[in-house]
Design a protein around this ligand. Structure first.
Ligand code: NI
Length: 137
């Protein structure tokens, strides 16, 4: 049976600050630039969740898009939207909320909720031009 990848786009706004507290303020500014701003700043994150697998003979679906849509809404948008990632998400208490770390956190959350016979890839845009991709490797 053919393998097809289905994609669902989603969106959330969130604030963050990139900072390594083992470094001086000057070094943080050198490495993280404006993202080290102690007063935080926001991004309009765009998310693309890709699920790859065989088409189910009964449904004709790889995965029911309504289920995927609700999963992303409940597990990701609800959790991340309009949040200060550093202050409000337990995952980033000790972890710098870079796009790289955010995409891994999102993938780990979704992976537990999607059938293990399906491959999962998450793409996260932090800006229209900067994006990261994670597939569990
Ligand atoms: Ni930033």
């Amino acid at each position: 049976m053919a393998k097809v990848t289905v994609h669902r786009k989603a969106h959330f706004n969130a604030a963050h600050r990139l900072y390594n507290n083992e470094w001086s303020d000057a070094r943080n500014v050198t490495v993280f630039g404006k993202c080290a701003n102690p007063h935080y700043h926001g991004h309009n994150y765009e998310l693309i969740v890709a699920v790859k697998g065989e088409i189910n003979k009964g449904t004709g679906f790889v995965m029911d898009m309504k289920i995927l849509k609700d999963l992303i809404a409940d597990e990701i948008e609800e959790r991340f939207d309009h949040k200060n990632l550093n202050e409000e998400l337990i995952e980033f208490k000790e972890l710098n909320p870079t796009a790289e770390n955010i995409v891994v956190v999102i993938w780990n959350i979704l992976r537990t909720k999607i059938d293990t016979t399906l491959e999962l890839t998450v793409t996260l845009y932090e800006t229209p031009r900067n994006f990261v991709v994670y597939n569990g490797e």
